[in-house]
Design a protein around this ligand. Structure first.
Ligand code: ATP
Ligand code: MG
Length: 297
């Protein structure tokens, strides 16, 4: 509420602008205007998940009642044994998989997995993949421009045509990951570390609200892996981007992420800060009950 001193009130609208009113002493309004701040920029809880379930068509119950929320600017890591459900959770968040139960809210809105929802998710959520997912025979620049595809008309999408602004955004994204000099090279000519930098640039070119990364550095040698992850996290911090990263390395998760979630057998069995992820907790996350049962038998 406007008080006795200078104050600013922002009235949210459902459109891509908000009404700003500035008050100067005793509620006297001295400025009223419209700013083009999207609702997305005002929301602090970027994504939340409640009672998420997913069963694949073959009957595999991959996710069993997962719930969490991630706030703007947070870097959260999902760790846990192979097959625990980490990738499936990420895919439910960006609509690659439609969960069989539960709810996902992105920027405060319930995701219903309809076509328009999916288009919105693909525009606003960037994804970085373990296998890089580049098109080998296209140039680095073209691969990054693919991150802009969802902003194009159907016609432009069909012929891979991009605007001058798209090219500027893509070149800027390449500069952010430090490989603008490689823009003309073919993706197949790059090293693994360079390929993943292109993958990150492609995600950044989307100008995303949320970044998801599924084992982004598992295919790299340890030194390059840490270098690429450190750079990725640094960019997120600088731009106040929110990220959820699946990692196999507990050490990297502890070093670079604000919060860690331990995922096992389709459930989140630990949520906490790096200091809390030690001894018994770690043993519990990675203990292999199936082999214990086999040994006992
Ligand atoms: N397309 C699919 N069809 C059927 N089952 C699947 C499919 N994808 C994953 N699964 C199964 O779902 C479970 C969870 O898999 P998911 O890939 O989400 O685990 P993960 O924690 O990412 O594992 P990893 O650490 O090895 O990447 C596993 O049992 C897996 O075999
Ligand atoms: Mg996985």
């Amino acid at each position: 509420m406007p008080g006795s001193k200078t104050d600013v009130a922002i009235l949210r609208t459902p459109c891509s602008f908000n009404i700003v009113q500035c008050y100067l002493g005793r509620g006297r309004r001295f400025l009223k205007g419209v700013i083009k701040v999207s609702f997305a920029q005002m929301v602090e809880e970027i994504i939340s998940v409640r009672g998420l379930f997913h069963r694949y068509q073959d009957g595999t119950q991959a996710v069993r009642g997962v719930g969490f929320s991630v706030m703007r600017g947070e870097i959260v890591s999902l760790i846990g044994p192979s097959g625990g459900g980490k990738s499936t959770i990420l895919r439910c968040l960006n609509g690659l998989v439609k969960p069989s139960g539960g709810e996902v809210r992105f920027l405060g809105s319930l995701v219903r997995y309809r076509r328009d929802d999916l288009m919105f998710l693909r525009k606003r959520i960037g994804m970085v993949f373990q296998e890089f997912n580049l098109i080998p025979n296209l140039s680095v620049l073209m691969n990054v421009l693919i991150g802009r595809l969802s902003f194009q008309s159907y016609f432009r999408q069909a012929i891979y045509s991009f605007t001058k602004k798209d090219r500027e955004v893509a070149i800027k994204a390449l500069a952010k990951v430090g490989i603008q000099d490689l823009a003309r090279k073919k993706a197949r000519e790059l090293s693994g570390g360079q390929k993943q930098r292109v993958g990150i640039a492609r995600a950044l070119a989307q100008e995303p609200v949320l970044l998801l990364a599924d084992e982004p550095v598992s295919n790299l040698d340890p030194v390059t892996a840490e270098r690429v992850l450190a750079h990725f996290v640094k960019l997120c911090r600088e731009e106040n981007l929110t990220a959820i990263i699946n990692l196999h390395s507990v050490e990297l998760a502890q070093k670079y992420c604000d919060r860690i979630m331990g995922v096992k057998a389709g459930q989140v069995i630990f949520v906490g800060r790096k200091e809390e992820l030690q001894g018994e907790v770690l043993n519990e996350i990675y203990r292999d009950e199936t082999s214990e049962q086999a040994n006992a038998g």
